[in-house]
Design a protein around this ligand. Structure first.
Ligand code: HEM
Length: 188
């Protein structure tokens, strides 16, 4: 069923993934980014989720951004002394535009998180500054908006993109309690 009142795919994505985004924001907000433990949970969530998404992104322009963010998150985990290898989780195929939406969009919310991290007193937390000094990749967001604003909100392709974007939000949510994930297996 593809009856929707939205004027474009861009607006449909925003509306129909809002609940998953809010759910994720709530989980991520529980990580205290000023403290080593909370910052580690955040970085692990990024590392596990980006590792799962990365194989599905090539050869999109967003791949460079994904691999950069992944390298930065893992550099910070090494810096705070808690990095350990984790096999990539299997997420299945993802529509490229769904990847563009969630990854480029996530850079918008990073400003809020960076401000929280900047107020850390712990020199180890502040010393692990790779992830929060990443570029905004705003040109990827602008390009996504241009493309999706011009696409119909209804139809099989639109349904697939919205479904995959929601799947990516839920992947991040699953990765949020990251200490419970070992070698790609999620433990209850
Ligand atoms: C506590 C954590 C988070 C907060 C506080 C947050 C906050 C925000 C804010 C304020 C915006 C709107 C920015 C603007 O319009 O200028 C935004 C947009 C967005 N964020 Fe988040 N975010 C968080 C985590 C995430 C995560 C982990 C992801 C995905 C991995 C994500 C994906 C997105 C997307 C896709 C958009 C664009 C929404 C749209 O306009 O359609 N966010 N976020």
């Amino acid at each position: 069923m593809t009856e929707t009142p939205h004027r474009s795919l861009r607006l449909r994505l925003q509306t129909e993934t809002r609940a998953s985004h809010q759910d994720l924001d709530q989980s991520v907000s529980q990580f205290d980014l000023r403290k080593r433990d909370g910052f580690e949970l955040f970085l692990r969530m990024q590392s596990v989720a980006l590792r799962a998404i990365s194989p599905h992104a090539a050869p999109l322009p967003i791949t460079e951004c994904i691999n950069d963010l992944l390298a930065r998150a893992e550099a910070d985990l090494r810096e705070i002394g808690t990095w350990e290898h984790c096999d990539a989780m299997e997420i299945g195929s993802l529509h490229p535009l769904a990847i563009n939406y969630v990854i480029a969009g996530s850079r918008l919310g990073t400003k809020v998180l960076r401000t929280r991290w900047l107020s850390a007193d712990d020199p180890v937390v502040r010393g692990a500054n790779s992830y929060f000094s990443a570029p905004s990749y705003i040109e990827l967001w602008k390009s996504f908006c241009e493309t999706s604003n011009g696409m119909p909100a209804a139809g099989d392709v639109a349904d697939q993109i919205v479904c995959d974007a929601d799947k990516i939000f839920k992947l991040y949510r699953t990765c949020a309690p990251a200490p419970q994930i070992t070698n790609g297996v999620v433990h209850a």
